[in-house]
Design a protein around this ligand. Structure first.
Ligand code: S3P
Length: 437
């Protein structure tokens, strides 16, 4: 847990060394969920010890699943089978995690008991109609607060019907909620996506023995199947690595190796964008880790120039825009982002949070409804608000490494939701000090 509420981050030195990034958040959430639903005992290695994923594990304990923690980043999950979850005694707290809440809504809407999903202040403002509407078409009954926000009151005991559904927003969370409800349907469920999104649900259901047909932009499964316990090795989270990739790119003299980072193509749009900007990133020791491509990333400082980010890679880098905006602020010329309105409904409005902070630091940013244009320049010192958003906080700590002085960042405790001990790891490779209160 990050104890400090605020950081004052100083510029540091050239970034050097070799580091291991914690486990992938998306994969860790799903590993606990599917292991809980499986018949038999599954072991998870590389589990992310973040607040979001721990919240999901705690919820499954409330649902009657025994989960052991033999050591940090390991879990042994005693699966109860698709029909073995028990009614919880109270509300289920998803914390800050949109993934946790949306996937659980799909799963819980097909159980024979009622449940209530709650979240923290940020999650309590995030849109849930995107899952409530398709799940209602399948027969689910979910009530929200006015405006379609949590808490979600899920009425169990509803018969779930399969359906053929085309996503209205490019969202792996919505796709996954529908597929999880579809596991309980009598007929088949098909999900079609205008833009392919991350496919961990499909890959992992298949690893748990579910017959599921999938290709980019399409998934199909038959209801009534059981899951078979399996062991899961969680790769290092590319989205957490992104902050170090950008930091090493923008700080002169840097050469940093990030060991065995997950490189699922639906996650690595940032590599395409940064390379187009002139970044020097090489991949070494390519291998597979739990069915996912992984490689060491070696990042060396390189001068960056602005680009127009191709709209088609936006879903493949949706969590990486805070980091990309910092790279853009250090590049020569304009970087133009379009087609990224989804950023407005993440843990904060990330277009507004980044634009406001960068402007405070002397960088010109012109915001549009679905993107922004950033004109690179010298990042100054100043005080910025992370809006309680872990990725905004980390992005500005990276900005501090190229800044003319300290950057004060408020409301950073949520860094622990995805990246426990981020500040210590950053310091160990050459970031300046993180002081604060
Ligand atoms: C996630 C999907 C993405 C991403 C989030 C994790 C997932 O959200 O932003 O951090 O694990 O499925 P959307 O699918 O809603 O874009």
């Amino acid at each position: 847990m990050t104890e400090k509420q605020n950081w004052s981050v100083s510029p540091g030195q050239a970034l050097r060394g070799e580091i291991e990034i914690p486990g992938d958040k998306s994969v860790s959430h799903r590993a606990v969920m599917f292991a809980a639903l499986a018949d038999g005992v599954s072991r998870i290695d590389g589990f992310l010890e973040g607040e979001d994923t721990r919240a999901t594990a705690a919820i499954f304990s409330q649902l009657g699943v025994r989960i052991e923690t033999p050591s940090s980043s390991q879990r042994i999950v005693h699966g109860v089978g698709v029909d073995g979850l028990r009614a919880p005694a109270g509300p289920l707290d998803c914390g800050n995690a949109g993934t946790g809440m949306r996937l659980l809504a799909g799963l819980l809407s097909a159980q024979n008991f009622d449940s209530v999903l709650v979240g923290d202040e940020s999650l309590s403002k995030r849109p849930m109609r995107r899952i409530m509407d398709p799940l209602a078409k399948m027969g689910a009954r979910i009530d929200s607060e006015p405006g379609g926000v949590p808490p979600l009151r899920i009425h169990g005991g509803q018969p779930i019907r399969g359906m053929d559904y085309t996503l209205e927003v490019a969202s792996a969370q919505v796709k996954s909620a529908v597929l999880l409800a579809g596991l309980y349907a009598e007929s088949e469920t098909v999900v079609r996506e205008p833009h392919p999104t991350r496919d961990y649900t499909e890959r992992m259901l298949s690893a748990f023995g579910v017959e599921i047909e999938f290709s980019p932009g399409h998934a199909r499964l038959r209801g009534g199947q059981r899951l078979r316990a399996t062991d899961i090795a969680v790769p290092a989270d590319f989205s957490s690595a992104a902050f170090f990739i950008v930091a090493a790119s923008i700080v002169p003299g840097s050469e940093l190796r990030l060991r065995a980072v997950g490189l699922n193509p639906r996650r690595t749009g940032l590599l395409i964008a940064l390379r187009a900007m002139g970044a020097d990133i090489t991949e070494e020791n390519r291998s597979e880790h739990g069915g996912e491509p992984v490689a060491d990333l070696v990042v060396r400082h390189a001068p960056l120039h602005g680009i127009e980010v191709p709209v088609e890679i936006v879903p493949d880098m949706i969590d990486e825009f805070p980091a990309l905006f910092v790279a853009a602020a250090c590049a020569t010329g304009n970087t133009v982002v379009r087609g990224a309105a989804e950023l407005r409904v993440k843990e904060s409005d990330r277009l507004a949070s980044m634009a406001a902070g960068l402007r405070t630091l002397g960088i010109r940013v012109d915001e549009t409804p679905d993107g922004a244009t950033v004109l690179g320049g010298q990042i100054g010192s100043g005080a910025v608000d992370s809006h309680g958003d872990h990725r905004i906080a980390m992005a500005f700590s990276v900005a501090a490494q190229a800044a003319s002085g300290k950057i004060e960042i408020s409301d950073v405790a949520n860094v622990a939701t995805s990246f426990p001990n981020y500040d210590a790891l950053a310091r160990s490779v050459g970031f300046g000090s993180f002081t604060g209160s």
